[in-house]
Design a protein around this ligand. Structure first.
Ligand code: UDP
Length: 321
């Protein structure tokens, strides 16, 4: 099969490329390197089935040609990371909505299969954990820029489902929960690479808020396998699936585990949300996926728990130096 990955030089995109190549697919990546990096795909360059284009998906003729040449499009190009979203809301909204619109339009010309990478952020501050795909989405006010990410991704989902309904475009939407692994950078706010980097540098480890908020961290290899299985399944067409892991951990506990695993006497420092992000920042207390739908559809089951994930990320960061 021939796959196109938008945002393929990003953290998740590069793992997806690797997985598809391993099973014998041909992979083309388009990435503008805004948050992705050549280093993420360096090891794939020598593979004759791999090709990359450094360009933006807003370049219409280039995108059309790449989509035409593919059997399936994985659309991962987006503005990501809470820090980036709070700092650059215009970029977030325009990239996420405009980018997805262009990808869907190009795919609709020849009815190409599209997998849209959405996010657990769309559940917003809903307290109805675990989150089911058909649950209500609960956003805060438009004056708080964090919600622009959730809203932009929700519009992407509406748009993809509209293309499916009106033009019979074969789309699958995956809502990715906190996904972690090698090559993820802490630059845009993601907590695990940040904690590990901070601990390896001797601290302090920065916990935002009271640290009692919790997340479920998923191994990138599990999430990528789930995405590919859903893209292969015709039964998944026109549907939305959660992908992630269901083991919940508080951010305080996460900080303690990272500290213990790395070793040393570094301090854990609490920073108010207002200082970490912006005045009046709203965080989610808990974010837990219900994974039943993906399990029933394609047998999705996470293989790595938080202990293995931390061990692997620490080992990778140490090796990277
Ligand atoms: N967080 C933290 N310290 C950091 C970065 C993040 O305590 O240096 C917290 C953040 O406020 C959130 C959780 O860790 O409650 C997960 O943050 P991340 O940005 O990784 O993902 P998301 O907020 O999208 O779940």
């Amino acid at each position: 099969m021939k796959a196109l990955i938008t945002g393929g030089a990003g953290f998740i995109g590069s793992h997806l490329a690797e997985h598809l190549l391993e099973r014998g697919d041909r992979v083309t990546v388009i990435d503008d390197l805004s948050t992705g990096a050549m280093a993420n795909i360096e090891h794939l360059k020598s593979n004759p089935h791999f090709r990359y284009v450094i360009d933006t998906i807003f370049n219409g003729p280039v995108l059309s040609e790449l989509v035409d040449g593919a059997d399936v499009v994985f659309h991962l190009a987006a503005a990501v990371g809470v820090k980036l979203i709070v700092e650059k809301p215009t970029l977030t909204i325009e990239t996420n909505i405009g980018g997805t619109e262009r990808v869907l339009k190009a795919a609709a010309k020849k009815s190409k299969r599209v997998v849209i990478a959405s996010t657990s952020e769309v559940y917003g501050k809903s307290a109805a954990v675990p989150f089911h795909e058909d649950a209500d989405l609960v956003f805060g006010p438009t004056t708080k820029s964090r919600w622009s990410y959730a809203a932009s991704k929700a519009v992407d989902e509406f748009l993809a489902l509209a293309y499916h309904k009106e033009q019979d475009l074969p789309v699958v939407i995956v809502r990715l929960f906190n996904t972690v692994g090698p090559r993820q950078t802490g630059r845009y706010g993601m907590v695990i690479p940040r904690f590990v980097e901070q601990a390896l540098a001797g601290g302090p480890i920065t916990v935002y808020g009271d640290g009692d908020q919790s997340r479920c961290f998923a191994w990138v290899g599990d999430v990528v396998r789930g995405m590919v299985a859903l893209s292969d399944s015709s039964k998944a067409t026109g549907q939305v699936f959660n992908l992630g892991a269901a083991e919940e951990i508080s951010i305080n506990e996460l900080a303690e585990r990272v500290k213990k695993k790395v070793g040393g006497k570094m301090t854990i420092k609490r920073i108010a949300y207002d200082k970490a992000y912006e005045e009046g920042f709203e965080d989610m207390r808990r974010r837990v996926p219900c994974l039943d739908k993906a399990r029933k559809a394609v047998g999705y089951k996470p293989t790595a728990g938080i202990e293995e994930i931390l061990d692997r990320v620490i080992a990778w960061m140490k090796a990277r130096g």
